[in-house]
Design a protein. Structure first.
Length: 95
């Protein structure tokens, strides 16, 4: 039931110009089950995202989360959102 997810979004632009989420994918951390979402299924992705307890993305703090807030401001966010880009800079500060 996708309580801890890794996710990614594809959009039509950078944060300043984005107007649409084209597609999304979510992977259940505990089971490895993956689900892709086409443009007509973005509301389903947002429901899954909202129902998760934990959500991880790469550069999600500076892109994916702000995009969701900008385009879908009523979306409920998981209790915890983590960013693998932040973690990678802590583990490998020299790159």
């Amino acid at each position: 039931m996708f309580k801890r997810i890794i996710y990614d979004l594809e959009t039509d632009g950078l944060l300043e110009t984005v107007t649409k989420i084209h597609c999304a994918v979510a992977v259940d951390i505990d089971t490895g089950e993956a689900k892709g979402f086409r443009p007509s299924e973005i509301d389903q992705f947002l429901e899954l995202f909202s129902s998760a307890d934990e959500a991880w993305g790469h550069n999600s703090c500076k892109f994916d989360e702000p995009v969701i807030r900008k385009l879908h401001p009523c979306t409920k966010f998981p209790k915890f959102c983590g960013d693998t880009m932040v973690l990678s800079s802590l583990v490998h500060p020299d790159i």
